[in-house]
Ligand binder design. Structure first.
Ligand code: FUL
Length: 745
């Protein structure tokens, strides 16, 4: 049964009391619906199923994946938060390539860019009339540069929307003696924008507000941003406050009025339009409702409820509400460790797996994915970030750019990918069967409800596939809302069934599509224990900022097998299949992961002689918690560290028995700042621990930039029981030595 948008009918399922029936028929879809004191629980749920996004919110939902750009003074001080006392000279920007930012953002599949035009430190990135603390006082383009202008022009060129982050807290205005923040000025009637001689506005709109100095300053700046940089689609108000002063209050109602008048299509983050998802790590809820209960009208509040709870909108939360309001979540996180760029060595970048996994969880979990990409001090995105974004964009296009139901005949309003049509399930109708003309390989199903007309209704659903002449459940999830992506191991079928298990009212489904994510074989890593047993597993990416608790490898890598060799030959599908840890001793291990369609890279590593009977005979010094034995405990996370920085450092090891060795392997310990790495020294051998013979000198270069495992190969193999390593040069800040692992081959 097709329901056209203009012909909205409201059908209700259950049998209610007369009062309830009257109420049901009068529920008009709205952005905010008030709960009456005598509303029954059923009525509350029906009301919740008619709370819909406003026009600007619905437009914003369709952006799905958007970019955040943190750029400013902190980019140059390498701090996450500035203090407001920074000199504008610090902003030493020589080049800026906003076209390149936009090209990369567009290719990644993002639709909007939000720039931090003023972060907490108060330094502004545009040519404001109302402060000198910004680009106008820096050397960038002789004080004439305007980052917002340049970005707005690039956005136009690349067809991207533009948003602004304007920090309510302003440390420059707090710390500076003439600062306006919390200066206890009087609330008086003021005209916005305040006229500044020689700098008239083309837009002649004016506003009168009863505000104090800081609110006036903030409104004047909002006026500049919203009238002189093209259309603004999002205004981001951060809730974080490093400091406050003088009991400063914000005149949100005036801010909102100004934004609604000057940028009617813009959504406001941190107010009633868009809410914080509750974390900054890229974590997503299994059930993300955008219909949120409020105790007071969300349109007049100045403080907002806690958004960190795991459950914000289940039935039980709604029963206690006074208002139900549509307020979508933005899943915001950074591609790097931190919001601002620091460096390319120590500040790790998320892997494409991680970003793509967050994309599927966030966009496919009823929220918008806001990913921060902080430009570097050269005004560009670093190549590591670009590579990750390119790969993410490729995966999004490959997976979601092709709808495997495209050729399917059936309910057009479900299959046409058009958000303006929907299929409203009839009473008692709880499944949709989609029959394809041919069998397809599928591992993703996407569902969308017609939230703009019917709100969020589905509470629980499942996807079944017709396999071997029966229905088999392949995936199940809770709510849908704007979009739900269901991921499951790949199946080949010509029939899919969507089952609605629980719902707040008859759901209106706008689109159903099927997709195939080409599972890449994972990168591999090896870990050998003291007994020589090697575990082969997908390589975990290093990213040590705000863990989101998800295992992106498990989420994305399904249907692959690992094959290996230990005889130096290339592993193929015919080699040994890896199931459990394998013993590798004095051999080279090579392994490859193979998925149904693709063969991954071959990973190889030398494993030396077993270390289970090694002993430390003597050591020049060690810190109490970093004893020398940790240099061969088969755990690269633990390490020997000398107590002193006096060179040379020496360690004498008993190999337990006479062994033939032809190479030494050195693994520096993992650490944020690689330090104490043995760069040069001698390898000596002895049979009695008294008479020593130097067999080799070793030297490793560029360890600070590349603190990875190194091998020194001997010119001739030697036989020995005791080995003494004499370290005479260290790379890193101090001269103490740190050894994660030593191996002999
Ligand atoms: C937080 C801020 O304090 C961070 O610096 C960053 O801007 C992030 C998006 O919001 O609250």
């Amino acid at each position: 049964m097709l329901y056209l948008r203009k012909n909205i009918l409201f059908l209700f399922v259950a049998i209610f009391s007369l009062a309830n029936v009257v109420a049901q028929n009068t529920i008009t879809p709205q952005n905010t619906i008030e709960i009456e004191p005598d509303d029954s629980e059923d009525i509350i749920i029906q009301k919740s199923a008619n709370v819909v996004p406003a026009k600007n919110q619905f437009e914003a939902l369709q952006n799905e994946f958007i970019a955040f750009i943190h750029f400013g003074i902190n980019t140059f001080t390498r701090m996450e938060w500035g203090n407001g006392n920074e000199s504008p000279d610090i902003f030493d920007l020589k080049e800026l390539d906003t076209d390149r930012w936009c090209r990369v953002i567009k290719d990644a599949g993002m639709k909007m860019v939000i720039l931090t035009v003023k972060h907490h430190d108060g330094f502004v990135l545009w040519q404001s009339r109302y402060t000198k603390h910004g680009v106008m006082s820096s050397s960038f383009q002789n004080g004439k540069g305007d980052i917002l202008k340049s970005l707005s022009e690039s956005c136009k060129k690349f067809g991207l929307k533009l948003g602004v982050y304007l920090s309510p807290v302003d440390l420059y205005q707090i710390e500076n003696p003439d600062g306006l923040y919390g200066n206890l000025s009087e609330y008086t009637k003021r005209t916005i924008p305040r006229a500044v001689s020689g700098r008239p506005f083309e837009n002649k709109t004016t506003f009168e507000f009863e505000v104090d100095d800081y609110n006036e300053y903030f409104l004047n700046q909002l006026f500049e941003i919203l009238t002189e940089y093209g259309e603004i689609h999002e205004v981001w108000f951060d809730g974080a406050h490093p400091k406050t002063k003088g009991g400063q209050r914000y005149n949100y109602s005036a801010w909102t009025k100004l934004i609604r008048t000057l940028a009617p299509r813009a959504v406001i983050f941190g107010r009633e339009d868009i809410r914080w998802c509750g974390n900054e790590s890229g974590a997503t809820r299994k059930t993300e409702w955008n219909v949120i209960p409020y105790q007071f009208s969300p349109h007049s509040l100045s403080t907002f409820p806690d958004m960190t709870n795991d459950d914000l909108g289940s039935r039980s939360k709604l029963y206690n509400a006074k208002y139900l309001h549509y307020q979508q979540a933005e899943t915001n996180t950074s591609i790097r460790e931190g919001w601002f760029y620091r460096d390319d060595t120590y500040q790790k970048v998320r892997s494409a797996d991680d970003v793509f996994d967050i994309y599927e969880r966030a966009v496919g979990g009823n929220s918008t994915f806001l990913l921060n990409i902080p430009p570097n001090r050269e005004g560009r995105f670093s190549s590591q970030d670009v590579a990750v974004l390119e790969e993410t964009g490729r995966r999004i296009r490959e997976t979601y750019g092709i709808n495997l139901f495209a050729e399917t005949k059936g309910k057009k309003e479900l299959l046409d990918g058009n958000l303006n049509s929907y299929y409203l399930l009839e009473d008692g109708e709880n499944e949709i069967v989609i029959e394809m003309p041919n069998s397809q390989k599928i591992n993703r199903i996407v569902l969308q409800e017609a939230v703009d007309t019917h709100g969020e209704r589905i509470e629980k659903h499942a996807v079944d596939a017709w396999l071997n002449n029966e229905w088999v459940e392949v995936s199940t999830a809770t709510n849908v809302g704007y979009k739900r992506i269901l991921r499951f191991p790949e199946i080949t079928t010509d029939k899919i069934r969507i089952r609605i298990i629980e719902s707040r009212l008859n759901p209106a489904i706008s689109t159903v599509s099927a997709h195939y994510y080409r599972t890449r074989p994972p990168r591999l890593e090896f870990l050998r224990d003291k007994e020589g047993m090697v575990t082969i597993s997908p390589k975990k990416a290093e990213f040590n900022w705000k863990p989101h608790g998800e295992n992106s490898i498990e989420n994305l890598y399904q249907n692959y097998e690992i094959f290996y060799t230990t005889d130096g030959s290339e592993p193929t599908r015919n080699s040994h299949k890896y199931i459990n840890p394998i013993k590798v001793e004095n051999n080279e291990l090579r392994a490859v992961a193979i998925s149904s369609e693709m063969q991954g890279d071959v990973f190889r590593e030398y494993f030396g002689i077993l270390k289970n009977s090694w002993k430390v005979i003597s050591v020049s010094s060690n810190k109490p918690d970093n004893d020398a034995g940790l240099s061969f405990d088969a755990n690269p996370e633990t390490f020997w560290q000398s107590e002193t920085a006096d060179l040379p450092h020496t360690i004498v090891i008993d190999l337990g028995a006479k062994q033939t060795i032809s190479a030494m392997l050195y693994t520096p310990p993992k650490s944020e700042k690689p330090d104490g790495m043995m760069a040069k020294g001698d390898i000596q051998i002895s049979d009695d621990c008294e008479e020593w013979k130097t067999v080799e000198g070793f030297e490793f270069g560029n360890l600070v930039n590349d603190p990875t495992r190194r091998m020194h190969q001997f010119s001739n193999a030697v036989s020995t029981r005791y080995v003494r390593i004499v370290v005479c040069k260290i790379e890193g800040e101090n001269n103490f030595v740190r050894v994660g692992e030593l191996d002999f081959w």
